[in-house]
Write a protein that binds this ligand. Structure first.
Ligand code: ADP
Ligand code: MG
Length: 603
């Protein structure tokens, strides 16, 4: 048989490799920022357009390149950073593979300008898909500017695979933050579509953390310092009361390189021990300095992972160092550990007075009356003739309400057709013709709220309550960017904004279902959910938002409901489009048929 293996043409090989190093605009931003740092820049500017899809540019005032080096920098495995194999064990620079520029140039339009200090004129090189289109001398300041345009222009599949602008921007912000946190002494600016997102002056570590994560971070930070033979640790942890439900604010840097390491993260979390409520994650910024020989950063092309020689000892050192810092700053347990875990209150609510969440009861509400004036009118366009048709997609025969006439007014006590009981402040039990239905109140309410929010968002008819005094809440800039992006959606569920400033928002109206004391928590939760989820389209963003609000606001397990509330819940649930599942896919109710019960007795 003939030989069938062929070597790929260079440009194809480059494209494949390019796609490996460059997963998304944020990967380009990261590589360019790191190159600027390796070039000893003291000021670095990141400029992006359309979430990096149109432009990602990094301008630095570093060492620049000679004409020859500028040209060579786009060759694969061309690097000034290591010369021989041994150097691999002594890496102090960010880059060392010499792949980034070659990979980027293979899948975009690159415009490079660079000049060394002693040169009169600099070099400009334009490359499109690995082909040099032009090279000339230009006058340009000392340093390097790399503009990457039209990323993935020649790999449409990859381009189409990119997520919404808000998601891609978020990834870029994350990379930017990591680099900026790793190098507090370097000044950074960051522009997106001509808006300044960050302007960070050269500063110390604490100032840098505060500049990135917001003023309110300052009081939360507890310093960490330890020097041992194996490792030098410095940085900050946030006091436990500021732990987050999101893992976002967890930063490990090893020799000034951001890394992810679940094992070491565990060491920190473990040091907090019982200081954290269930499901909460500590915030930390920990900088480890280790001899370059003791680590291997060559594991993963994107270099977020790292291997340590002596991970176990490192674990122990980190754990005890963090513990020590927490102890020194006198952070006593603040939680009541005797509490019933099913009654868990989100940490942020600890000090606010608790209110029993209400199921809003609308006494005029009659889902079966076509002319009813309930807010459900626009919610269910078609008045439903009987319960059975409400169960689309589930076993209809088995659920039949124990009422003769479906036109019964469900809300008059004496004629009520649905008899409900609440058991263990958790389930609503309801007798139906074919047997019994058990409804999980929390999950059912999530479903109801979720559909309400979705409906509100799509028909833009949310009910809002004006606040007596506008409420000012501070967020970090990064959160503010996200809030701006979802502002319209927030408005469509009933939030009214007075102002959105660089680090604060002023709210003048909130959805009727929310109380003032819940707002901060709800918005934080929402931002977290949006950040953690990676939706495919803007529709999904609305979906996440509705889910998040529903999750935050649904009546909790453990809440006692009066008869009317129970009934309301049951009725609303079965008016939902998909009553059987919570927005997160959990079963909201169970039915037990009479014959199943009969069978149990007969056995
Ligand atoms: P690596 O960083 O792994 O060496 P890159 O492809 O990112 O590989 O860069 C190739 C080479 O180009 C670098 O080794 C460096 O010499 C040069 N270079 C890249 N960016 C810059 C910059 N901003 N300033 C100066 N030199 C740079
Ligand atoms: Mg590099």
């Amino acid at each position: 048989m003939a030989d069938i293996i062929q070597l790929l043409p260079d440009h194809v090989a480059d494209q494949i490799a390019g796609g490996e190093v460059v997963q998304r605009p944020a990967s380009v931003a990261k590589e360019l920022l790191e190159n600027a740092i390796d070039a000893d820049a003291t000021a670095i500017k990141l400029i992006i357009k359309d979430a990096g899809k149109t432009l990602i540019q990094v301008i630095d005032n570093g060492n620049g390149m000679s004409q020859t080096d500028a040209r060579l920098s786009f060759e694969r495995h061309a690097t000034s950073k290591i010369k021989k194999a041994e150097d691999l064990f002594n890496i102090l620079t960010k880059g060392f593979r010499g792949e980034a520029l070659a990979s980027i140039a293979a899948i975009s339009h690159v415009d490079l300008k660079t000049k060394q200090e002693n040169q009169e004129l600099g070099t400009q090189i334009k490359i499109e898909g690995s082909n040099i289109v032009s090279q000339e001398n230009v006058s340009t300041p000392k340093g390097t500017s790399v503009a990457v345009k039209n990323l993935f222009y020649n790999i449409p599949a990859r381009r189409n695979f990119l997520k919404s602008n808000s998601i891609e921007t978020r990834h870029i912000i994350n990379e930017f933050q990591r680099v900026a946190l790793a190098h507090a002494n370097i000044a950074f600016t960051f522009f997106h579509n001509d808006n300044e997102i960050y302007n960070l002056i050269s500063s110390n570590l604490r100032q840098r953390i505060v500049a990135i994560l917001g003023k309110r971070t300052n009081e939360r930070l507890v310093p960490v310092n330890e020097v041992t033979e194996l490792v030098e640790i410095k940085g900050y942890v946030a006091k436990p009361e500021f732990a987050k439900k999101k893992r976002g604010e967890q930063f490990f840097f090893v020799n000034n390189r951001f890394i992810k390491n679940a094992y070491l993260n565990h060491a920190v979390t473990n040091a907090f021990e019982s200081l954290l409520a269930n499901g909460y994650h500590p915030t930390y910024f920990l900088y480890l300095n280790v001899p370059p020989k003791s680590i291997d950063i060559n594991i993963h092309p994107t270099k977020n992972e790292i291997k340590f020689d002596d991970e176990k000892t490192l674990y122990a050192i980190i754990r005890s160092t963090v513990k020590h810092s927490l102890g020194q700053y006198n952070i006593a347990p603040v939680l009541d550990f005797e509490r019933d875990s099913s009654m868990d209150t989100p940490y942020e609510f600890k000090n606010s007075k608790s209110e029993t969440p209400k199921v809003n009861v609308n006494p005029d509400f009659n889902p079966f009356k076509p002319e009813g004036k309930s807010s459900y009118q626009n919610y269910r366009k078609e008045p439903t003739a009987n319960w059975e048709s409400l169960y689309t997609g589930i076993d209809i025969q088995n659920i039949e309400v124990e009422s003769e006439t479906v036109n019964t007014d469900l809300f008059s006590e004496e004629r009520s057709s649905v008899k409900t009981y609440q058991i263990h402040n958790k389930y609503i039990v309801c007798s139906i013709k074919s047997g019994i239905v058990y409804i999980n109140q929390h999950l059912a309410h999530q479903r109801i709220l979720y559909e309400e929010f979705l409906e509100n968002i799509t028909v833009k008819e949310a009910l809002s309550q004006q606040l007596l005094f506008p409420l000012e809440i501070s967020f970090n800039k990064d959160d503010i960017t996200l809030i701006k992006e979802i502002k319209e959606d927030l408005e469509s569920v009933g939030f009214l904004f007075d102002k959105i400033l660089t680090e604060t928002i002023v709210i003048k109206g909130i959805p009727v279902s929310i109380t003032e004391s819940q707002i901060t928590f709800i918005i934080e939760q929402l931002l977290e959910d949006i950040q953690n989820d990676i939706p495919d389209s803007s529709f999904s963003q609305l979906d996440i938002m509705s889910k998040s609000l529903a999750k935050s606001l649904a009546i909790k397990t453990g809440t006692k409901l009066n008869f009317k509330e129970q009934e309301e819940l049951v009725n609303k649930l079965f008016l939902c489009k998909e009553p059987s599942l919570s927005p997160f896919g959990k079963i909201t109710f169970l039915t037990v048929n009479l014959d199943e019960i009969d069978k149990m007795f007969n056995n």
